[in-house]
Design a protein around this ligand. Structure first.
Ligand SMILES: [Zn+2]
Length: 109
């Protein structure tokens, strides 16, 4: 699978997912981050690690949906997991691939 063409393509994808999941995103940043793939603030701002742009697109989708679901569910509990499965399917495989591709970056968030 291919990686992202550029930052704009990634942002467009995020806006599509946000509409589908009914999440209001107030700010969106794609920037260098050292130890995480993404973060979200209670004010509705999302940040994504710009290294995601170099990775395959399905991994980007995984991180996008992971973050957007945190607007409704702030943890990684049962509800979050069942929503992940509903939208992304076997997300554990994607999580494992991310760890393999970039072991130093660590968790999504
Ligand atoms: Zn998370």
């Amino acid at each position: 699978m291919k990686s992202w063409r550029d930052k704009e393509e990634f942002k467009t994808r995020l806006v599509e997912w946000a509409a589908r999941l009914d999440v209001k995103v107030r700010g969106l940043y794609v920037r260098p981050m050292r130890h995480k793939w993404a973060s979200c603030s209670t004010a509705g701002t999302l940040s994504f690690n710009d290294e995601l742009l170099e990775m395959e697109r399905d991994l980007g989708d995984y991180v996008i949906v992971h973050e957007l679901l945190h607007f409704a569910v702030p943890n990684h509990g049962k509800l979050w997991k069942s929503l992940m499965r509903a939208h992304i399917g076997e997300y554990e495989h994607l999580e494992a691939r991310m760890k393999q591709a970039a072991p130093n970056t660590g968790k999504v968030c």
